[in-house]
Design a protein. Structure first.
Length: 389
């Protein structure tokens, strides 16, 4: 993804014209070589002012939007030793390192007119104090600008992650290829979530057409013309989400024991639909290769009081003791998950249960204890964890 160039008279151009040393990468603008006074009274020249930015529209915009800015270095002080920064939970930002401080000096107007004014104001606050002890230092050591390639699998920059300070944590998704088998009601919502992570590739497998009923239990709003064209579901959703995430491959086939090569590159698999007769073989094939996978199930029935039923997410991870079934599922009407009733909100909940389980497995979410199986009972409005018998 090419780095957008700053527009004429942009904040970056104005800062460069004054001699600031800037880097742009991973959703952050960094002002390097800012002089400041360290807690031991030493004047240092390796301070960094850091702020999350959005540059997806060709111009660089401060996404914090208030009067604060981040600072990387030791705790900055003024010439009297008074701290200038406030401690924050350290943020690990790719290409910058640990950022443990926030500066908060509100101008008389209550806010800075723009990014340019904010950077200049804070650079002057730090450098003015440092110049009281060493008049030779300044915050404009010479213009330099480096745009660092993110290398993320997106069409546009993920400023949500940078705004929340989660760049280091989101790295757990890198290097992964996720296969989603079946992108119907639940699988399409799984895709909606996975496509917003930093996984390298996404493989979609589904042999069915995208029809009217699919549109009413899937994210987004499909156009009538699309439904009339009858596209394959995997190809439809690949096209939709390729507007955001790169590296999406669609296979317009149902997954069977004789075409498992379609997902052989996957590092994790979501089974949201698979041939009932061949499902045990598919699961065994994945487990033999040590590929972790999650199986989802949703079974609803209509009772006098309304719809009731179960949502189930079962994770088969190496070492968690879960054993896949060795026999095909019971014929339709003889098990809890064979009903064809589906509702978008429950499809979405089933998908979110699966995605949260996956993220716990990767270490994105803290986990008190393993939960290989999660079940939601609709009538009781109750979520329960389960595991190997």
């Amino acid at each position: 993804m090419p780095n957008p160039q700053s527009a004429p008279e942009s904040p970056v151009d104005r800062l460069l014209a004054e001699g600031y040393d800037l880097t742009l990468g991973h959703g952050h603008l960094s002002v390097r070589r800012v002089p400041y006074i360290a807690p031991d009274g030493e004047v240092r020249t390796d301070g960094r002012l850091v702020l999350p930015v959005n540059d997806s529209a060709g111009s660089i915009i401060d996404v914090i939007g208030d009067h604060t800015i981040l600072f990387a270095g030791e705790e900055p002080r003024d010439e009297h030793g008074t701290p200038l920064g406030a401690s924050i939970p350290p943020r690990d930002i790719v290409g910058i390192g640990t950022v443990p401080w926030m500066l908060s000096f509100k101008p008389p107007s209550g806010h800075h007119p723009g990014l340019y004014e904010k950077v200049r104001s804070y650079a002057r606050i730090l450098s003015s104090a440092a110049q009281q002890l060493d008049p030779t230092v300044n915050a404009t050591p010479g213009a330099a600008f480096q745009a660092v390639e993110d290398g993320l699998p997106f069409v546009y920059r993920d400023t949500n992650t940078t705004r929340a300070g989660l760049t280091a944590l989101n790295s757990v998704f890198r290097g992964h290829t996720i296969a989603i088998v079946g992108v119907g009601g639940t699988g399409s919502y799984i895709l909606d979530q996975v496509a917003k992570t930093w996984v390298d590739r996404i493989i979609l497998v589904d042999g069915d057409e995208f029809e009217n009923h699919n549109a009413f239990r899937a994210p987004g709003a499909a156009a009538l013309e699309t439904l009339q064209a009858g596209p394959n579901k995997a190809q439809y959703f690949a096209a939709e989400y390729s507007r955001m995430h790169t590296g999406i491959t669609a296979h317009p086939h149902s997954l069977r024991a004789d075409n498992l090569h379609l997902i052989e590159d996957a590092t994790f698999v979501f089974l949201a639909a698979a041939d009932a007769q061949e499902r045990p073989q598919i699961m065994a094939w994945l487990q033999e290769r040590g590929v972790p996978f999650i199986d989802v199930g949703l079974g609803l029935s209509q009772e006098e009081a309304g719809l009731t039923g179960l949502l189930k997410t079962t994770a088969y991870m190496p070492g968690n003791g879960m054993i896949p079934p060795t026999e095909p599922a019971a014929p339709p009407g003889e098990d809890d998950y064979s009903s064809n009733i589906q509702v978008a909100d429950l499809n979405a909940l089933n998908a979110l249960m699966a995605v949260i389980t996956w993220k716990r497995y990767l270490g994105y979410y803290a986990s008190y204890s393993p939960a290989p199986e999660v079940m939601y009972k609709l009538y009781l409005n109750e979520i329960r964890n389960g595991g190997p018998a």
